[in-house]
Ligand binder design. Structure first.
Ligand SMILES: C[S@@+](CC[C@H](N)C(=O)[O-])C[C@H]1O[C@@H](n2cnc3c(N)ncnc32)[C@H](O)[C@@H]1O
Ligand SMILES: O=C(O)C(=O)C[C@]1(C(=O)O)C=C[C@@H](O)C=C1
Length: 243
């Protein structure tokens, strides 16, 4: 599929508001996330591999904050059962509209229910796999524990949560280094200083990152005993938690 180039922040913007996943962002999202998140493609491919291993017959799969459905597609491609249901959920109407189109472009047996809802409000049950691929960071800190608790309750024994996030680090030297490396990554992918700084300032109040330790503590508090960071590239990474 041809992806439209992200040029949203190329020119100076007079009033930088807060970040939203609106029509403009949805339109360039595949290019934007690919050029902004180190390891994004790897993580998507590995979500497919985890799906093959963890999804069991007759269960539900939830892709929370699905955007255009990239993780859902990776899961669906790797699914061995036709009696499962994937729920792809996002509260951005612009994302959901495009997600529906993306998913129908490929033939598949597994039904996907695409829902325009807040992931904090939906009911989940009988889940063998739940994915939060760069979504938890956009929830308020209060809602994060509530959602992780709900995810733990919704999983069947042996079920898996995949949690990908941008991380912060308590060691200031490491934090600065990985932050700078991420900027180098963006520059190497063609973003200018202005594009990088305008986007950063819009994300500032909206995307609050946690350390890996904070994530681990939250997962443990919910009841998870088997937790690991399985992927990291600079200050981006992915964790798994198994019930
Ligand atoms: C960085 S994107 C996720 C990328 C996507 N998971 C992927 O793999 O391509 C974050 C998404 O989370 C959605 N989101 C943020 N808060 C949400 C909430 N409370 N309920 C539902 N969706 C939410 C946004 O609309 C956005 O599409
Ligand atoms: O931290 C940044 O600079 C980012 O661009 C990160 C991030 C994310 O992790 O979700 C933020 C918004 C976009 O959706 C794509 C990437």
């Amino acid at each position: 599929m041809e992806h439209k180039k992200d040029t949203l922040f190329l020119n100076p913007i007079e009033q930088l508001g807060n970040w939203t996943f609106d029509e403009k962002v949805a339109e360039v999202f595949p290019d934007m996330i690919q050029r902004s998140v180190p390891g994004y493609t790897n993580i998507l491919a590995m979500i497919g591999m985890l799906a093959k291993r963890f999804i069991t017959s007759g269960t539900n799969i939830y892709d929370l904050g699905c955007s255009l459905g990239a993780a859902t597609l990776s899961i669906r491609r790797n699914l061995d059962y036709n009696d499962c249901t994937i729920y792809a959920v996002d509260n951005s109407p612009a994302m959901i509209k495009r997600c529906q189109t993306h998913l129908s472009a490929y033939k598949a047996v597994t039904p996907v229910k695409v829902m325009c809802s807040d992931i904090c409000d939906i009911e989940m049950q009988n889940a063998s796999m739940i994915v939060l691929n760069f979504t938890l960071q956009f929830l308020t800190p209060e809602n994060r524990q509530k959602l992780i608790d709900k995810i733990y309750q919704a999983l069947i024994p042996g079920g898996i949560l995949v949690l990908s996030e941008k991380f912060s680090f308590t060691d200031p030297i490491i934090d600065q280094l990985l932050f700078d490396m991420h900027y180098d990554f963006k520059r190497a992918n063609g973003y200018s200083e202005l594009e990088i700084s305008q986007k950063r300032s819009m994300l500032e109040n909206v995307m609050i990152t946690d350390s890996i330790t904070t994530h681990e503590q939250r997962l443990k508090l919910a009841g998870f005993n088997h937790i690991s960071t399985w992927y990291q590239c600079f200050n981006f990474g992915s964790m798994i938690a198994i019930k």
